[in-house]
Design a protein around this ligand. Structure first.
Ligand code: SF4
Ligand code: SF4
Length: 244
C-alpha cells in the first residue's frame, strides 16, 4: 500500500478537504495491502513495536528490520523486512488482520494519506498531505468522510508525528550533509533505545554538561522520556549546543 506512489493515484490535500475512506474486515481486499511493502520504520515505530512484541529494540531490529546504508547519504534507512512466503507478506499480517494493530507503524496508520514535512523559510517545520487512491483499495467506496485532522485523531497519530518530526529535524538539518561517518551509528541509537539506555545509565557515561544527565528513574521506566533525551543528545553530538 505504501511503496507504489504512482503519481496517477496521488493528489494533494489541504486542511479542510474531506475524503471518503474506511478500512474494515468486510472489504474484499482485506489484508491484501500488507504485502510487498517498502515500509520505512522510524525510531518511534520501533519503540512501539518492541513494546508490543516484548522484545528489546536490538532483538526487534535483528528479527524484523532491514538497515540500508547508502555511502552518499549521512544516515541509514531502516525498513520492515517482508517475509519470504512467495507473497512478500508483512511479518505481522494474519488472516484476522494486523497482529500489532495497537502499535502498528505510523505509515500504516496514516494510509491512505501520505504526510511529508519540510523546512519552512523561518526555519520551522511545515507539513503537507497527499491522498493515495490506489485502484485495488476498496476503502474509498465508504460512505463516511473525514478531514485530515479527523483522520490523524482517529488513527492516534499525534504522538507518532511529534516524535517523527523531532527525528526529521535532525535528518534535514542544514549541516547533516557534512557529518562524519560515525553519525550513522549515533542515529541508529535512536532505534536501539535499549542500547542507548545502557550507554547513558552506565556509570562512565560522560553526559555533555549542556544537556545534563538523564533522570535515571524516568529513563529506566519510560521509553518516550528516554527517546526525548536521546534526541537532545544526538542533536548536541551532531550539531553542537547552539542547535538545541
Ligand atoms: S481497504 Fe485499502 S487499506 Fe483496507 S485492506 Fe483494502 S487495500 Fe488495504
Ligand atoms: S504492520 Fe500491520 S498494518 Fe502495517 S503492513 Fe504489517 S500487518 Fe499491515
Amino acid at each position: 500500500m505504501l511503496q507504489d506512489l504512482n503519481p496517477e493515484y496521488v493528489r494533494p490535500l489541504v486542511a479542510d478537504d474531506e475524503f471518503r475512506f474506511r478500512c474494515h474486515p468486510g472489504v474484499s481486499c482485506f489484508n491484501e495491502c500488507c504485502r510487498e511493502l517498502e515500509l520505512a520504520l522510524t525510531p518511534y515505530d520501533v519503540l512501539r513495536l518492541k513494546g508490543a512484541l516484548g522484545l528489546s529494540a536490538r532483538e526487534l531490529l535483528e528479527r524484523y528490520a532491514v538497515i540500508e546504508r547508502n555511502g552518499e547519504e549521512p544516515f541509514p534507512r531502516v525498513y520492515l523486512g517482508m517475509v519470504d512466503d512467495g507473497r512478500g507478506s508483512c511479518p505481522f499480517v494474519s488472516p484476522a488482520g494486523c497482529t500489532v494493530y495497537r502499535d502498528r507503524p505510523g505509515a500504516c496508520r496514516m494510509y491512505p494519506l501520505a504526510r511529508g514535512i519540510y523546512q519552512d523559510q523561518a526555519g520551522g517545520q511545515g507539513e503537507l498531505f497527499m491522498l493515495v487512491t490506489e485502484p485495488h483499495c476498496q476503502g474509498f467506496a465508504a460512505a463516511a468522510s473525514q478531514d485530515i485532522d479527523g483522520w490523524i485523531g482517529d488513527q492516534e497519530l499525534i504522538t507518532y508525528n511529534a516524535a517523527n518530526d523531532q527525528v526529521a529535524a535532525v535528518l534535514h538539518h542544514e549541516r547533516a550533509g557534512g557529518l562524519p561517518p560515525d553519525a550513522a551509528e549515533k542515529l541508529l541509537l535512536l532505534y536501539d533505545l535499549d542500547g542507548f539506555r545502557e550507554m547513558v545509565l552506565a556509570p562512565g557515561f560522560a553526559a555533555p554538561p549542556e544537556i545534563g544527565r538523564p533522570d535515571p528513574e524516568k529513563c529506566a521506566a519510560n521509553d518516550l522520556a528516554l527517546f526525548r533525551y536521546a534526541i537532545r543528545w544526538l542533536r548536541f553530538e551532531l550539531f553542537g549546543a547552539s542547535n538545541e
